[in-house]
Design a protein around this ligand. Structure first.
Ligand code: H79
Length: 441
């Protein structure tokens, strides 16, 4: 649909009504298609807060003053950080991109920046730039790197007037907002010129001051000028605006809004993404052991894909730079599952049957993948798939799936579910002219 809007523009010459997807250059449309094909990304929340083992909001939640947090930052020394090990884990998991916190709400820059000394190279004994090391490792491995960037800042004096997360943390009650916007733009320019090809910028925190003069058009314009294929991914929980490339949903499948702060509106123009914690925390939380099972995580990946969305699955590395075994074990299991079933996920779009309680469908061309997550009966009735069924079968040569097709739809005779199988994937090849009631291959 975005492509159609762009084509229309070229053909007609006149700018159409402002909508996400309008007048989007070809490089970015291609990047959006790449993004939709990717389906699985790794989110990384890592920063000074990781040291306290209580999540990335610890500065706010414990009302830590700026001076105390500045001291905490001087002790950050993640000597076991190994970008190659992180990227090797990402590859084993089967993710196509990594989105990492370059600067979270605490305002501490996890990269070398000339805009403030409050950054990991100039402020800490570590003195290394982990984003550079990660960018190099990602490029070597063919994994795209996105930078999470917080628009909300609990440290910068020019983040004024403060928003809904304000508390008395030792900052002066004054500041120059235009300086703050210029600071952000300068940092974004650094991120987009010093780290090679960047997948995009994942913005968060605008919801702290939704009506502030953010000057998004100039920031988005800057990003797209510096890297025409970089995607703008705003987590503002609103409808996509011009210049934004992805609609992302936090802790929710598109439109579900069980979290309460998302929107139930789902764009038909731009790619979709669901971000999800593996336990209940983004940043490292040493007591949060409420980890989702592999079955549940596969379910999220499948249901996201069935909604046409990517899954951006989070890890919160420890303050020494290592990633705890609860995360790595689950990522390895997901990678093993994708090794066997990835053809039904990667490169797909939402399938012809909307997600249901029993599972979801994806499609690539004439092939429909029926993902049966939870269905007790041997027969699964589906509505018509939009084209006649040629054949139905299980992946990896495990045999045909008998199907019965009538005007009312298609019924599949499912293989029995084994206990360790979170998803029974049925491949349904459509497009044939076969008569109804024909049995599958
Ligand atoms: O980076 C992770 C979180 O730190 C960040 N986004 C993810 C990806 C995040 N911040 N807040 N939230 C997620 C939850 C949002 C809470 C909100 Fe509110 C409810 C924002 C607005 C209403 C609480 C009440 C915070 C401000 C007012």
């Amino acid at each position: 649909m975005a492509l159609a809007a762009g084509t229309l523009l070229t053909a007609g010459g006149a700018p159409a009504a402002a909508q996400a997807g309008d007048s989007v250059p070809g490089e970015r449309l291609a990047a959006r298609r790449w993004f939709s094909d990717a389906k699985f990304g790794l989110f990384v929340h890592w920063g000074v807060y990781s040291q306290l083992g209580a999540g990335e909001w610890v500065m706010h939640n414990r009302k830590i003053g700026v001076a105390d947090y500045e001291w905490l930052a001087t002790t950050f020394n993640p000597t076991k950080f190994d970008a190659a090990a992180w990227v090797a884990l990402a590859q084993r998991a089967g993710v196509r991109y990594i989105t990492i916190t370059s600067r979270h709400h605490d305002g501490f820059s996890m990269f070398k920046t000339a805009q403030t000394p409050y950054n990991i190279v100039d402020w800490t004994p570590f003195r290394r730039d982990p984003l550079r090391e990660l960018a190099d490792a990602c490029h070597a491995a063919g994994i795209k790197l996105f930078f999470y960037y917080s628009q909300l800042d609990w440290h910068h004096p020019d983040y004024w007037p403060r928003g809904r997360t304000a508390w008395d943390n030792g900052r002066p009650d004054r500041g120059d907002w235009s300086h703050y916007v210029a600071f952000m733009n300068s940092q974004l320019a650094e991120l987009l010129t010093r780290y090679g090809d960047v997948g995009g910028i994942w913005f968060d925190g605008m919801w702290d001051k939704p009506d502030a003069p953010w000057q998004l058009d100039s920031t988005y314009g800057l990003i797209h000028r510096l890297q025409p294929a970089a995607l703008v991914v705003p987590n503002h929980h609103q409808r996509p605006r011009p210049g934004e490339d992805v609609q992302t949903f936090e802790q929710d499948l598109p439109g579900a809004n069980s979290a309460g702060f998302n929107t139930s509106y789902v764009s038909g123009d731009v790619p979709l993404e669901t971000s999800l914690t593996m336990n209940g925390s983004w940043g490292f939380n040493i007591t949060d052991k409420d980890f989702k099972s592999v079955r549940t995580l596969v379910g999220y990946l499948v249901r996201a894909a069935g909604n046409g969305a990517n899954l951006l699955l989070n890890v919160g590395p420890r303050p020494d730079g290592t990633i705890s075994p609860e995360f790595t074990a689950r990522l390895d299991s997901l990678g093993a599952w994708l090794n066997a079933n990835g053809t039904a996920i990667y490169g797909t779009r939402a399938g012809p049957v909307p997600p249901r309680s029993w599972g979801a469908t994806t499609r690539r061309g004439d092939t429909v993948f029926v993902h049966v997550l939870d269905w007790p009966d041997p027969l699964l009735p589906l509505p018509p798939l939009g084209a006649r069924v040629r054949s139905a079968y299980q992946l990896r040569g495990r045999g045909a799936v008998p199907d019965v097709e009538t005007a009312a739809g298609v019924t599949l005779a499912l293989p029995p579910a084994s206990a360790d199988e979170p998803d029974r994937v049925i491949v349904v090849v459509t497009g044939g002219n076969a008569a109804p009631n024909r049995r599958g291959r």
